[in-house]
Write a protein that binds this ligand. Structure first.
Ligand code: F6P
Length: 362
């Protein structure tokens, strides 16, 4: 058996779930346990389980048959331990962070492996500052984690969204309608952009490019003049208008609180008002996160997982596993923390979208 610096590690999944989490858990645990002889302690429901010491030693049979399963066998939550400064469980109780440190010690951990998105890896970075050994893995359907070319979960969501756009085409065509489809992505428009290009969306709206409804209306009317009887509009849930982009945070929040329905509904209302074209809305929601991961995500998550186990063996802590130019690397968690990977305005996929005649709302 090869030597390993890490003897015992903890593992948790945190934040919104994403297809590929189980494949990643399996990748880490199988390699760590069966190749290096480590002991794996799983914490339930993300950082909450670590705060409350809901832990179990993971045994190899648990990883059989989970590669293709959606969700996470460990459960997840959006718990943010650094939000609770003191007394997470009443003023006399230790802070969430103290509880985490105590449970890390109690379980004899040499390192904690955290699988999650921006919030999870940012918390991981802060725990590393507090003296814990941490390794992160990049998971999110939003693909908005910096320092990695791709995150696992993204491709599955992309396939679901593309399939939905394909299906909307026939009904849009039968009824001569504008079909608005809202996909996930609050802060970054990767999913809207890629599914919009893959599904042949006529308009794609991203948080990175504030839209002008008049530009969209002109584009749709132009299509209609050229004999196109229907149109597909792909909207990221974080899309916003030019007017909104100029608002301060407070005014923006207030105007959104007063908005009826999500952004997809507003865009449909605006299109109807501007063009008179009959419009309908589909909000894809959690279908994008549920279900079995596509082959690409299984492979990517397995690679990330096994790479994390090799990092555990080397004692290469304080890093997030990442894919850069097709190479698996470890990047310092501090470089990932508190950052979002938006779609750069000179990204080649934006160019592709424009080249095939898609309106990006600007
Ligand atoms: O995981 C990221 C994400 O899918 C976002 O695109 C979305 O806004 C968010 O999760 C919603 O998740 P929840 O309702 O679970 O907080």
């Amino acid at each position: 058996m090869p030597k390993s610096v890490t003897k015992v590690f903890g593992i948790l999944t945190s934040g919104g779930d994403a297809p590929g989490l189980n494949a990643a858990i399996r990748g880490v645990a199988r390699t760590a346990i069966e190749i290096y002889g480590m002991r794996a302690v799983g914490f339930e429901n993300g950082y909450r389980g670590l705060m409350e010491n809901r832990a179990r030693v993971l045994q190899p049979p648990e990883f059989s048959g989970i590669l293709a399963q959606g969700g996470t066998i460990l459960g997840t939550s959006r718990e943010k331990p650094f939000k609770d400064k003191i007394g997470a469980y009443g003023s006399d109780s230790p802070s969430a962070v103290d509880a985490i440190k105590e449970n890390y010690r109690k379980n004899g951990l040499d390192c904690l492996v955290v699988l999650g998105g921006n919030g999870t890896n940012t918390t991981g970075a802060r725990l590393a500052e507090e003296g814990l050994n941490v390794i992160g893995l990049p998971k999110t359907i939003d693909n908005d984690i910096v320092e990695t070319d791709i995150t696992f979960g993204f491709h599955t969501a992309l396939c679901v969204a593309t399939d939905a756009i394909d299906r909307l085409h026939s009904t849009a065509s039968s009824h001569n309608r504008v079909m608005v489809i809202e996909v996930m992505g609050h802060k970054a428009g990767w999913l809207a952009l890629y599914s919009g290009v893959a599904g042949g969306g006529d308009v794609i709206l991203l948080p990175e490019i504030p839209y002008d409804i008049k530009t969209i209306a002109r584009h749709l009317e132009d299509r209609s003049r050229h004999g196109k009887t229907f149109s597909i509009v792909v909207v990221a849930e974080g899309a916003l208008s030019r007017e909104e982009a100029m608002m301060d945070k407070k005014t923006f929040k207030k105007s959104r609180a007063e908005m009826s329905g999500s952004i997809g509904y507003r865009v449909a209302r605006e299109i109807e008002a501007e063009t008179g074209m009959e419009s309908r809305v589909t909000v894809l929601g959690y279908l994008q996160r549920g279900g079995t991961p596509v082959a690409f995500d299984r492979v990517l998550a397995s690679q990330f997982g096994t790479a994390a186990a090799n990092m555990l063996a080397l004692g290469d802590y304080g890093k997030m596993v990442a894919l850069q130019d097709n190479r698996l690397v470890g990047v310092p968690l501090a470089k990932v923390a508190n950052r979002i990977k938006s779609v750069p305005l000179d990204h080649r996929m934006l160019e592709t979208a424009r080249d095939v005649g898609t309106c990006l709302g600007d």
